[in-house]
Each structure stands twice: as C-alpha cells, then as structure tokens.
Design a protein around this ligand. Sequence first.
Ligand SMILES: [Zn+2]
Length: 101
Amino acid sequence: MRKTKRYIAECYEILGATPETPVEEIKRAFKKIIMRHHPDTREAHERGAYEEASKIYIDAYKTVTDEEFMAKVRGLESGTLGKNQECYCGSERKYKQCCGK
Ligand SMILES: [Zn+2]
C-alpha cells in the first residue's frame, strides 16, 4: 500500500482525526476503536472479518503517528523541504509530479 496524499487523508478520516489533532488524542481514539474491533471480543466465526477491520485501523494509526514519515509529509506539503524532493509515498517520483500535483 502506497502512502499517498489520499491514503493519509483517509487514515485521518477513519480515526476521526485531522492533521491538527494532537497525537495523544489520536492514540486515545485509536484505543477505543481497537477495543470495539478486537477479535477476542467476538465469536470465533466472526473473527476473520474483525481482524481485517482492525488491520485497516492499525495501518492508519501507524501511518499518522510515524513521526519521521509525517515530518516528511508536512515538510513537502508546506514547501519547507522543496517540491523537487522524492515523494513520501514511495513512487520514486518528485513530490511536485506526484502527490504534490
Ligand atoms: Zn506521491
């Protein structure tokens, strides 16, 4: 899964957060969501579906709380890193020709 601009926006959305939400708050929201989706709270036959759902939230949480990655995202989006740098999504294209278009 490439971490494109669109994907990052979706991550915030499913966590009920925005890029301005403090990490502590995202952490709390994530814990609540995960408790609700935790496979151990479900009947055995339902577990597969819940594990799938949990994975989406876990990936979203890991993405938006990855400080190094998000610093690059913010740097490129704000322009402080320069738009000619390689895009954060891993496409090997320059930011301005990729997620920065
Ligand atoms: Zn990109």
